[in-house]
Design a protein around this ligand. Structure first.
Ligand code: CP
Ligand code: NVA
Length: 314
């Protein structure tokens, strides 16, 4: 099977943000992910003798397991460094971490608070650096989200995805990726919790090339109206634990429930990056209902990230 995989390199060394990824690269990732998924029991050992370092400042289930399993499926190995007790760069500089790791491994996945740590790692390392989530964006998530939507809908162009909730890392990645793929994106947040205006402005510029529309709203009903999919994420992200109670109050009217879903198109899909809090950002009924594709997305994290590894690691 590996013979038929086109693993010529992507145009980028790293995957830090999907805003930096040309559409042609996204299409290549999806093509390889489809092939790997179709032959899921075939271990294509295209990364035999390659090693991946994973450094995580935050908890993870999906990202950690899918990169670990994915790298092993492809014949490689993984070393994990739990960095939850100290920020990356506190014991030694980010540059020196990169310069050491590049002597031992062939790629790095990092999950950080500061996005700049990822950018600095990528700038210093001669090997690929993959963003496993930063406070700013979650590119692997968004790539799996839209890969899953292609499976459901065949074509993405002209569809509308509505994100209801905090204008956070997941939301930013969704915006950047949607506009590249010609998907209209609506974001609906309480006032003061809208996505970063630089992300929105950059997305609006990128949208001009694909015909996508970007709308930032505060009214969930307006945002849900006629949407093809409704997406939500936690109201307080990792690192914002001390704001949980305050946010639970501010976001209470932003729960994705049956009533909100009923305003979307018939058959509209429900999406969540997970972990989810039933009874908070999503009702139990919607989360576990027939329109929910949350576990399909979680499965596709594996296939999409295997493709990313296969295409970036040399
Ligand atoms: N969606 C996601 O990235 O999950 P984890 O935080 O468990 O990795
Ligand atoms: N916005 C969430 C996403 C987790 C995958 C967080 O950063 O905690």
């Amino acid at each position: 099977m590996s013979d038929s995989l086109d693993l010529s390199p992507l145009s980028q060394k790293d995957l830090i943000c999907t805003s930096l990824l040309p559409v042609a690269d996204i299409e290549r990732i999806y093509a390889v992910a489809r092939q790997l998924k179709a032959g899921r029991d075939v271990h294509t050992r295209v990364l035999a003798n390659k090693r991946l370092a994973m450094i995580f400042e935050k908890d993870s289930l999906r990202t950690r397991f899918t990169f670990d399993i994915g790298m092993n499926d492809l014949g490689g190995s993984v070393s994990f460094m739990d960095h939850r007790d100290a920020r990356i760069g506190s014991r030694e500089s980010v540059k020196d971490i990169a310069k050491n790791l590049e002597r031992w491994v062939h790629g790095i996945v990092a999950r950080t608070f500061k996005h700049k740590v990822l950018e600095d790692l990528a700038a210093a390392a001669g090997i690929p650096v993959i963003n496993g989530l930063s406070d700013h964006v979650h590119p692997c998530q968004a790539l799996a989200d839209f890969f899953t939507l292609v499976e459901k809908w065949d074509t993405l162009r002209g569809r509308t995805v509505t994100f209801v909730g905090d204008g956070n890392n997941t939301c930013h990645a969704l915006i950047h990726t949607a506009v590249k793929l010609g998907v209209h994106i609506r974001v609906c947040s309480p006032e003061g919790y809208e996505p970063n205006s630089r992300v929105v402005n950059e997305a609006m510029r990128a949208a001009q090339e694909t015909g996508a529309e970007v709308q930032i709203l505060n009214d969930p009903k307006q945002a849900a109206d006629g949407a093809d999919a409704i997406y939500t994420d936690v109201w307080a992200s990792m690192g914002q634990e001390d704001e949980i109670e305050e946010r639970n109050g501010i976001f209470a009217a932003y729960q994705v429930d049956e009533e909100l879903m009923s305003l979307a198109k018939p058959g509209a899909l429900f999406m969540h990056c997970l972990p989810a809090h039933r009874g908070k950002e999503v009702s139990q009924q919607v989360m576990d209902g027939p329109r929910s594709i949350v576990y399909d997305i979680a499965e596709n994290r594996l296939h999409v990230q295997k493709a990313i590894l296969a295409l970036l690691i040399r």
